[in-house]
Design a protein around this ligand. Structure first.
Ligand code: C2E
Ligand code: CA
Ligand code: CA
Length: 530
């Protein structure tokens, strides 16, 4: 029975019967008692000499008509009541469904994010200890992409089921926070070892194949753990801590768990700040070319400069390429930085003697980008810089990733008169294969061959020089320093090395300094400045 029925015990048939009895009673009362008194009281003529049969006829007629006049409204009323009752019942069902939807995730049946946060807030407001394990599925997107959303949904339902199992074993609560993100909440203080055990179990259970093993076998989970008594006392902060710990796992191999670590977060924040600062640095041309002279041997006259990137930071310090180039690689900003360097370097070089060359370091991502040569040609044309005074330097590591693409690009550059130098030669692959198959004009012998006390490397240098001679390639010796004077430059020249580069001839320096130096009387000026 519905509440409506319970609250209205006078049902319609009863009401009808009561009306009938009332009408019959009233008409009897009127006919047999009241009529004469009322007529008399009103002082109206009244013939009271009626047969009882006549009086009963009146009672029956009055009652009959009254009943007949009640039937239609009763039927209508009955209908109305029935309709109202069923609408009310529907309303109650909808209300119950809405309440369920507001609390529980429709797909998994676990409590949803809102309720989870409410519970967490309540727990923390009451200063009760709570630990949360934030769980993000690994490779879930692949399941959705490869097998469709209904397979994805089945996986989520199964995962929810497993998490509910774990929550039941360890007296916790499982929630789905959205997408493939779940959470286990444990109220009360738990030891680190116990939480580790739960996390390990969770990673293991969630890595078990879901559905048919072949379909979704490689699912896993990465977990971040935070504890109110150690990490944060506010709900969203606690969740943020778990999130940070979870991302740490995502960055370091997945299918693992991590406790929140304040130092790691500080490191991440510093990294994010550095990323942003570097994005601005590229946009605002804070990354500028420095130029290091390359001299010809034996005369030791400057023939050109290698462009070396420097980050002139807003705080006045200078960033070195070893520190920021890998970050720019990760951010995909190397092409933008290189374009900016080429533009700035060409503009600086336009003020120098017109026999001076420019050498540009080109990273792996760029040398294999098939648009790179055309973009470079366009830029050099725009800056009015002759192709035959431009050189690109690439390392062998850059070549091996995508040899065919690199080969095409190098041939194209070479075909347009831009020369190609193989950088850091001798420490990487140093295979003859690259030297003979690719359009390489020059080898730059790595500076480690000329480090102090490494005199025993000279036979190797001699061999490289011999090989270059037979392949008809030019050679630059890198890392020639003051202490090599006077022996090494002389030795290199005698053994057929064409060029030298190093602190002996000049440090990498800003374009403005170079302009004065190369217009001066001799190379000695550059060396003297250092
Ligand atoms: P690299 O191409 O081998 O550049 C030569 C490095 O050796 C430069 O370091 C230079 O300052 C240093 N050097 C030059 N002469 C001497 C010397 O006599 N002794 C010693 N010990 N070192 C010497 P830097 O400028 O720190 O550059 C490091 C590396 O960063 C470069 O090595 C290059 O691989 C990369 N790099 C620099 N600028 C760029 C750039 O614009 N684009 C790309 N993709 N990479 C760059
Ligand atoms: Ca170089
Ligand atoms: Ca080098």
């Amino acid at each position: 029975m519905t509440d409506l029925h319970r609250r209205n015990p006078c049902r319609l048939p009863t009401l009808l019967l009561l009306s009938l009895l009332t009408v019959v009673g009233l008409s009897m009362l009127w006919e047999f008692h009241l009529e004469a008194s009322v007529m008399h009281w009103l002082n109206l003529p009244y013939d009271g000499d009626f047969e009882d049969a006549e009086r009963w006829r009146f009672v029956l007629t009055a009652s009959g008509f009254s009943m007949l006049s009640l039937i239609l409204p009763t039927v209508v009323l009955k209908r109305l009541v029935v309709n109202t009752q069923s609408s009310y019942r529907r309303l109650q069902i909808i209300q119950a469904q809405t309440e369920t939807l507001a609390k529980y995730d429709a797909l998994s049946g676990l409590i949803n994010r809102r309720v989870f946060m409410d519970v967490l807030h309540k727990q923390l407001d009451e200063s009760q200890p709570v630990a949360i394990l934030l769980i993000d599925l690994d490779h879930f997107k692949a399941i959705n992409d490869q097998h469709g959303h209904s397979a994805g949904d089945s996986v989520l339902v199964e995962i929810a089921h497993r998490l509910q199992g774990i929550a039941a074993i360890h007296a916790g609560t499982a929630a789905r926070l959205g997408g493939d993100e779940f959470c286990l909440m444990f109220q009360g203080h738990r030891e680190e070892s116990e939480l580790s055990e739960i996390a390990e179990l969770t990673v293991r259970w969630l890595s078990e194949p879901v559905l048919e093993a072949t379909l979704c076998g490689r699912l896993g989970a990465t977990i971040g753990i935070s504890r109110s008594w150690m990490d944060a006392r506010e709900a969203s902060s606690l969740l943020h801590c778990a999130d940070t710990a979870m991302y740490r796992g995502k960055n370091t191999g997945r299918s693992t768990f991590n406790f929140y670590d304040n130092d790691y977060e500080r490191l991440m924040r510093a990294q994010a700040d550095l990323d942003l600062a570097l994005k601005h640095a590229v946009d605002r041309e804070e990354i500028v070319p420095f130029f290091q002279p390359i001299v010809t041997l034996p005369s030791q006259q400057v023939v050109g400069f290698e462009v070396l990137a420097r980050w002139l930071k807003p705080d006045g310090s200078t960033g070195m390429p070893g520190d920021f180039i890998p970050i720019l690689e990760r951010l995909g900003l190397i092409p933008a930085m290189t374009r900016s360097l080429v533009r700035q370097a060409c503009r600086a070089a336009s003020r120098w003697d017109d026999h001076l060359n420019l050498s540009l370091n080109v990273s792996a991502t760029m040398i294999t980008d098939e648009l790179f040569p055309d973009h470079l040609f366009d830029q050099l044309k725009q800056e009015n810089f002759p192709f035959d005074r431009f050189e690109v330097e690439i390392t062998e590591e850059a070549l091996v990733g995508n040899l065919e693409a690199a080969q095409r690009n190098l041939s194209k550059l070479h075909g347009h008169g831009i020369s190609v130098a193989l950088d850091d030669f001798g420490i990487g692959y140093s295979g003859l294969y690259h030297l003979t198959r690719l359009s390489i004009d020059k080898i730059k012998i790595d500076r480690s061959f000329f480090e102090a006390g490494n005199i025993d490397h000279l036979p190797m240098v001699e061999a490289i020089l011999g090989m270059a001679r037979s392949l008809n390639m030019k050679v630059t010796a890198e890392g020639i320093e003051d202490f090599h004077q006077p022996y090494l430059p002389k030795w290199l020249a005698e053994n057929g090395c064409h060029y030298a580069q190093g602190y002996l001839y000049g440090y990498p320096q800003a374009g403005s300094t170079i302009a004065t130096a190369v217009h001066g009387p001799s190379i000695a000026c550059i060396a003297a400045q250092n």
